[in-house]
Write a protein that binds this ligand. Structure first.
Ligand SMILES: NC(=O)c1ccc[n+]([C@@H]2O[C@H](COP(=O)([O-])OP(=O)(O)OC[C@H]3O[C@@H](n4cnc5c(N)ncnc54)[C@H](OP(=O)(O)O)[C@@H]3O)[C@@H](O)[C@H]2O)c1
Length: 309
């Protein structure tokens, strides 16, 4: 990407989009195009058409989506399927119509079958049934991957799909019901500390294993892949390292400074026992994460305190 190229970051106020925006600014890109969802509702086909015709971006990072944790995904099933399909259909099609040089579509690790072998390799896509709770979201993301591939096959568009693992970082969502596990733990431990609560109870046994990537590392990977990767199908982005929810909770407890007890409510469901990305394809291209988990949680906690307290 030339430094003067016009680059549209869809979803630039979100955790991922804002990290990509910061990364591009730090690399010296000056011609960045952004719109909030109230300025441009990407579900609106005509509005997206008018925007692309007027702006004609050279490159697109598609980081706008309806995103949430397990409860949100399961509760708003229609919204997650409809809104994500609408956003990606409109943006990907207009990128084709207006001759965008390259587009990156962001998916998620939930596209893989629930019982796929671990670690998750890119070729496991569509080899089994999805996790029921986030099936609508995953179906939308799989459609996005296939749409990019179809425009590449039929119209020779350079549209690529990347699948990040669980993310956390600046501008994360700390909503009490709709957030992902790591920001939810940060909020829970912080509130217990300030309220003097003697105990924090975590749902499940604490034994499931999960992988986490700092969003600024993801943005570095996206930037790297935008320069170095031009293939159909998909590529995983993660650390290739995981830990138990119990160890994660202990880390968040340490970072937030909560001094009470930590207990696990094993009567609540655990979810998938393990979800780890195979990142050998990404590593073979020469990219590796830089921010380790404890350091990243410190940075995320500072951001939480600055914005939510
Ligand atoms: N968070 C994770 O752990 C994670 C993991 C893997 C993959 N991802 C992927 O990364 C991408 C971004 O996720 P995120 O965590 O950054 O989400 P986020 O913080 O919730 O941000 C989503 C962004 O999408 C924009 N948006 C939503 N609906 C829109 C609409 N109708 N029109 C225009 N813009 C709209 C929002 O814009 P406004 O702020 O202007 O309203 C917001 O900035 C998603 O594709 C997601 O699947 C995230």
């Amino acid at each position: 990407m030339e430094k003067s190229a016009k680059i549209y970051i869809a979803g630039h106020r979100g955790m991922v989009g804002s990290a990509i925006h910061r990364k591009l600014l730090s690399e010296g890109y000056t011609n960045l195009v952004t719109r909030t969802s109230s300025e441009l509702d990407l579900r609106n086909q005509q509005a997206v058409t008018d925007f692309f015709v007027a702006e004609k971006p050279d490159y697109v990072f598609l980081a706008a989506a309806k995103v949430g944790g397990i409860i949100a995904n399961n509760t708003y099933r229609a919204d997650f399927l409809y809104e994500n399909l609408a956003i990606q259909n409109n943006v990907i099609h207009q990128a084709y119509e207006t001759g965008v040089k390259k587009l990156m579509f962001l998916g998620s690790s939930c596209i893989y079958p629930k019982l796929a072998p671990q670690p998750l390799k890119e070729e496991y896509l569509l080899t089994g049934l999805l996790e029921e709770t986030n099936e609508p979201y995953a179906i939308a993301k799989i459609a996005g991957i296939k749409l990019c591939d179809a425009y590449r096959a039929q119209y020779n568009c350079n549209f690529i799909s990347v699948m990040p693992t669980n993310l956390y970082g600046y501008n994360d969502n700390y909503h009490p019901q709709n957030s992902h596990v790591l920001p939810a733990l940060i909020r829970k431990f912080h509130e217990a500390k300030v309220n003097g609560t003697p105990e924090v109870v975590i749902w499940g046994s604490g034994s499931p294993m999960r992988e986490f990537l700092f969003a600024d590392d993801l943005a570095n990977a996206c930037y790297f892949l935008m320069q170095n990767y031009n293939e159909p199908h998909l590529i995983n982005i993660g650390t290739g390292e995981d830990l138990t929810i119990k160890d994660l909770a202990l880390l968040v407890k340490k970072v937030t400074g909560f001094e009470g007890a930590l207990t696990f409510d094993s009567t609540k469901p655990d979810g998938t026992p393990r979800k780890l990305m195979d990142v050998s394809k990404l590593h073979s291209l020469g990219w590796k994460h830089q921010v380790e988990l404890e350091e990243g949680i410190h940075l995320a906690y500072q951001d939480f305190m600055a914005k939510h307290i």
